[in-house]
Write a protein that binds this ligand. Structure first.
Ligand code: ZN
Length: 150
């Protein structure tokens, strides 16, 4: 295993064990519920948006290590970002897992989402990784729940 791969794996395990921003927000301006029936991943995501900027973010729920670490990493990326940057991160994350694109080639803020690029080798787990990202998108669009099977 390469050093980089090992580092990424440790990051995923760490975020799964100690998820960041793992809480509900009392006064969320946006929230959505995401469900991946294939795996049973189920999360609620809360966002506090002020003047186009995500000032606070939290999530609750349960699921596999991939979905939980993806959610945790995502929240650390979103906090302090603009909604526009969040959109770009969503696009980048999606492209990283579905296209032959290396994270280095993607424009804009990548944050630590490159840690999840290994998921690409496991197509059945891609939905686990992208679930909370879709949940974030639908929260920002004002939808209250999403399922990966819709
Ligand atoms: Zn899963």
């Amino acid at each position: 295993m390469s050093e980089l791969k090992q580092l990424y794996q440790e990051m995923i395990l760490d975020h799964n064990k100690n998820p960041r921003n793992f809480k509900a927000l009392d006064h969320a301006t946006h929230q959505s519920e995401g469900y991946n029936p294939l795996c049973g991943d189920h999360y609620n995501l809360y966002l506090n948006v002020e003047d186009g900027k995500i000032v606070d973010v939290g999530f609750e729920g349960a699921g596999c290590a991939i979905s939980k670490s993806s959610a945790s990493i995502m929240t650390t990326c979103l906090k302090g970002s603009t909604v526009e940057e969040a959109d770009r991160m969503f696009e980048n994350f999606h492209r990283m897992l579905t296209e032959e694109t290396s994270p280095d080639e993607l424009p804009g803020k990548m944050c630590k989402i490159a840690a999840l690029q290994g998921v690409k080798s496991f197509p059945t787990r891609i939905k686990c990784a992208t679930l909370v990202w879709h949940t974030m998108k639908s929260a920002l669009e004002g939808k209250e729940e999403i399922s990966t099977e819709q």
